[in-house]
Design a protein around this ligand. Structure first.
Ligand code: ADP
Length: 309
């Protein structure tokens, strides 16, 4: 599968590197308004290929995206000193309008995988700018938050994260919702599992895991300024689900007709992902406080998208 990446900064290049290491694509093309950067990133990643999987890595302009099945959108501009979030968002929406126009001239049918933050609102922007059906405009959403939730929960229970099924829903950000009531380990509700292995999920444990998931990006940003490896791997995971038509259940963002009474809002829910994009969306059973939190998260995202216009 030929994959395009627009935005060859930290996130875009980490996605390219993860694709090369995982063997997620036969060809990867990097595009950036800074062609020298895209060229250097492509050459650097290409040097990892002999140690990984066969994959052609190159850089180019939008024409080079011809024939791509999927394009990762990782372009964006940084916050100016004193700039508020909405103004930054509006500038990034302009970047997306320009980028999507370029992508669609070369590859009108390509699926779009949005990585730029705030990812849920940018997924909504990409949907409207592209005119593609919603199931073909996916945001990385909470794929990483879900992975972290499983990892921390698995760590507490003493089982592999692969044996934990639990999801983070809503916004990829402060208002996200850890869906505890629907969480399972080895097919058991996690509370039952926890009692059986003598590792009860107390309020303190729950608060620690919640904080560990919700504040992860803040801790990383404090130490290194931004995050890129985790999200790069998450993007490569989504690409693989598409390439191999895996029909894997992943928590990804997508414009959703209705969530907890909020209409037409892009956010994350567990979704079945395959070659055609999102094939189905699942609504986990929620405790009442979780449903309220999800509604608030959806309302907040909807307000931001509307403020953007
Ligand atoms: P991140 O950490 O999110 O990856 P970066 O600033 O490292 O952020 O990367 C964003 C990239 O997006 C930069 O390389 C920048 O040149 C690119 N970019 C910004 N605007 C455009 C645009 N209109 N078209 C293509 N690339 C763009």
């Amino acid at each position: 599968m030929k994959v395009g990446i627009v935005g060859a900064g930290m996130v875009g290049s980490a996605a390219g590197y993860a694709l090369a290491l995982r063997g997620g694509a036969s060809e990867v093309v990097l595009v950036d308004r800074n062609l020298a950067l895209a060229t250097a990133q492509a050459e650097d990643i290409a040097h990892a290929v002999p140690f990984a999987h066969p994959c052609r890595i190159s850089a180019g302009d939008y024409d080079a995206l011809e024939g791509t099945d999927l394009v990762i959108l990782a372009a964006g501009v940084a916050q100016k000193p004193g700039e508020d979030r909405l103004s930054l968002l509006s500038r990034n929406a302009d970047v997306f309008a320009q980028v999507i126009d370029g992508v669609q001239r070369a590859a009108p049918e390509a699926m779009l995988l949005v990585a730029s933050n705030p990812v849920d609102v940018m997924t909504d922007v990409a949907l409207h700018a592209s005119g593609l059906p919603p199931e073909r405009v996916i945001g990385s959403g909470t794929i990483l938050d879900t992975a972290r939730f499983r990892s921390l929960l698995g760590g507490h229970l003493g089982v592999a994260p692969q044996s934990v099924h639990a999801y983070v829903l809503g916004e990829h950000g402060d208002s996200e919702v850890l869906a505890w009531a629907a969480a399972r380990a080895g097919s058991e509700p996690v509370e039952h599992f926890a009692v059986q292995v003598g590792a009860a999920i107390t309020g303190e444990v729950r608060a620690r895991i919640d904080e560990g998931v919700r504040r992860a990006a803040y801790r990383i940003i404090e130490g290194k300024g931004a995050t890129w490896y985790g999200i790069g791997a998450g993007l490569a995971r989504i690409v693989q689900a598409v390439r191999d038509d895996q029909r894997a259940v992943l928590s990804v963002s997508m414009a959703t007709p209705e969530v907890e009474g909020v209409r037409d809002v892009a956010l994350s829910l567990p979704r079945v992902v395959g070659r055609a994009g999102v094939l189905a969306t699942l609504m986990p059973e929620l405790a009442s406080d979780e449903a309220t939190a999800l509604r608030r998260s959806a309302e907040m995202l909807k307000e931001t998208a509307e403020a953007l216009g």
